[in-house]
Design a protein around this ligand. Sequence first.
Ligand SMILES: *Cc1c(COP(=O)(O)O)cnc(C)c1O
Length: 394
Amino acid sequence: MIYADNAATTKMSDGAAKVFVSLLDEAWGNPSSLYAHGQKAKEVLEQARQDVAGVIGASPREITFTSGGSEADNQAIRTGAALGRKKGKMHIVSTAFEHHAVLHTLEALKKEGFSVTLLDVHENGIVDPAEVEAAIREDTCLVTIMYANNEIGTIQPIREIGAICRKKEVLFHVDAVQAVGHIPVNVTDDCIDMLSASAHKFHGPKGVGFLYAKKGIRLTNLIEGGAQERGRRAGTENVPGIGAMAQALKEADAGMAENAARVVRMRDRLIAGLQEIPHCALNGDQERRLPGNVNFCFEGIEGESLLLLLDDKGICASSGSACTSGSLDPSHVLLAIGRIHDVAHGSLRLSLGEDITEEEVDYIIRTVKEVVAYLRSFSPVWRDLMAGKKEFIL
Ligand SMILES: *Cc1c(COP(=O)(O)O)cnc(C)c1O
């Protein structure tokens, strides 16, 4: 099996799995208990906090552990909204191609009286910082923009946007779930006020992540209860998960430059191979994208059929976001970069891991070419296109 769906989730690294298992045995006490066994668990948490903070240029007190990226996104946006409401500022700026954890939270806030501006991400899938600046109003309380898109992998000009938000004194939240552990992220250099990350996207366990919030930002609680996480997130901590997350992030950080260089070579080989297929298009900017992300639209086919046939041939891929699979709506990300419905339906995302080989990439290219040709051979849409009854778009 070739696993090419690392944007959906990654396999835990051996190092992280080892830490996870050893903590089940060595640190199963409650970190809030006062006896030594509980304190041992507490030490694991504090060491992990220090490790995670170090990687993103934060200080440990600015890190709150959560159940993952979705929770961190919800908490950050609710925090920005609550702080804004206190000052009578109820406008939020975001983009049309955010993750649903962001978009659905914004939808909920709209029902509570907030207004939201969703910026265009253009054909290349990149937000223009000048448009962010122009969208900020007197009553803007929060700008929330992702670091890198989970479907098309495009990397946003976060540092420029951060500088604009700092100048305008507007809180800036970044969903960095796809970026952390893959490309350099530094909250200080990037002027980020709040940042979300998730362990299972960088070879840590599922169900654990963290929220960075700059010193002085009072977080709004999503979960009420005990005083864990200095009162910002109640519930007995996921000690093995948090320890394993820190291990995975340290490993990802240490190997980042080398891994990224290799994965970029594999990505570019895959892109070049797939571009030989007639009537296809790469989605998102070719250069400013995550090392492992490849996303194409093929005219005249259905993404779902493509995925099933690839699965038969031992390739795990996705048509976009795992969260929308099973729904018939085309990806909101592909619509946001201007793909029309018909074309957006024929999409394929291949997100490569660090261990992908050249032979595997070549097998993927061969197989996708075969499967696309096969599907087109009995596609009524393709027949109409070939007969000139419909115009090719790609
Ligand atoms: C995966 C993902 C999330 C959600 O993270 P979970 O830990 O699965 O809740 C949020 N944002 C982006 C960009 C993601 O890729």
